[in-house]
Write a protein that binds this ligand. Structure first.
Ligand code: ZN
Ligand code: ZN
Length: 54
């Protein structure tokens, strides 16, 4: 069961801290991963939507 879901997931790698928001990448769901990837690409400082309190 190998899905190529990370083909366009940006630079966020599992097991690392998110560059955009600093939360563990594992704490992100699919939506927040894409949201943070967009934040990085656009160099934005908007808050994240991770399903985890700060
Ligand atoms: Zn976050
Ligand atoms: Zn993030």
């Amino acid at each position: 069961m190998t899905a190529a879901l990370d083909a366009d997931a940006g630079v966020v790698a599992e097991g690392e801290a998110c560059v955009a928001c600093g939360h563990p990448t594992a704490a992100h769901d699919t939506i927040s991963l894409r949201y943070c990837a967009g934040t990085q690409l656009n160099a934005l400082t908007r808050s994240c939507i991770c399903p985890q309190p700060k």
